[in-house]
Design a protein. Sequence first.
Length: 83
Amino acid sequence: CVLPHARRTGLGRRMMTEALQVAVGWGVEQVYVHVVADNTGAKVFYEDFGFRVEAEESAAYAAGLSRPRRLLLTQPCIPAGVL
């Protein structure tokens, strides 16, 4: 979660860019993130980095864990210049 006053400052984008670069450097092939299903802002944020929804948690499963339903987003780590 990001504090309201820290949102939309570009920090998240800088951090994600760095994290993805580190992942590529470490040889990570796939990156996964969970997003609360109704958090449109977070979903769009990750989609801007090329993440796509791979799986959706059912409402029943989430309720059994007493938490909001989540989406699993994934993105392949591709070194720059490979495509």
